[in-house]
Design a protein around this ligand. Structure first.
Ligand SMILES: [Fe+2]
Ligand SMILES: [Fe+2]
Length: 195
């Protein structure tokens, strides 16, 4: 079996797009929900093996593609955010279908860029043997890849903030003024002496 990295990733893309088309035709809520669950799982695994397997190698070995790789990381990040939000939604939510539609548009744009804009350059620069090795590594990564979207970082920050005890931030000058007042209160006659 070929372990060519680009062959493996293109097969994933085909499967992702097949699920997108099924979602667009789906009418029943239960079917939409089940398709989104499958889409989120496929995308979580796919972006993981690209982020960990292919992208770092391309960055190292084909410096000319650096900006394409950075843009791709950002596109994965946008997809991660949408997927994390969708994981907490159901078809009953007003924005569920709209969010899936935006996810489909954004992922299809990204797939198109990978397949047309820079995968061909990777194939040319790396050659067969390197692509086989990267693909074999990606097959190993697939086994330990997360099957659900990552939790949103912003959400984690908000949760931490909510747990921390509430502190009112007082400007330093105000603190100094209070201290002076305390000293004044504690030492009668000081006020007169200061004058
Ligand atoms: Fe990608
Ligand atoms: Fe991809």
């Amino acid at each position: 079996m070929s372990t060519d990295a680009i062959v493996l990733l293109r097969a994933d893309h085909k499967e992702i797009k097949r699920l997108f088309r099924r979602f667009e035709k789906a009418e029943k809520a239960a079917e939409k929900q089940s398709l989104v669950k499958q889409i989120l799982e496929l995308l979580a695994v796919h972006t993981y093996i690209e982020n960990e397997g292919l992208y770092p190698q391309v960055r190292k070995q084909v410096p000319d593609l650096e900006s394409d790789i950075l843009e791709s990381y950002e596109e994965h990040h946008v997809a991660d955010l949408l997927c994390a939000e969708l994981a907490d939604m159901t078809p009953a939510d007003e924005r569920f279908t709209a969010k899936v539609t935006v996810l489909i548009e954004s992922v299809e744009h990204h797939i198109e860029e990978e397949e047309s804009a820079w995968f061909p350059d990777v194939r040319e620069s790396l050659g067969r043997k390197d692509l086989q090795e990267i693909g074999a590594e990606m097959l190993k990564l697939r086994k330990k890849a997360p099957k659900r979207p990552k939790k949103l970082k912003t959400e984690l920050v908000e949760r931490k903030a909510a747990k921390a005890p509430t502190k009112v931030k007082v400007p330093a000058q105000a603190v100094a003024a209070v201290r002076l007042a305390e000293v004044g209160d504690g030492l009668p006659g000081m006020e007169t002496a200061a004058r």
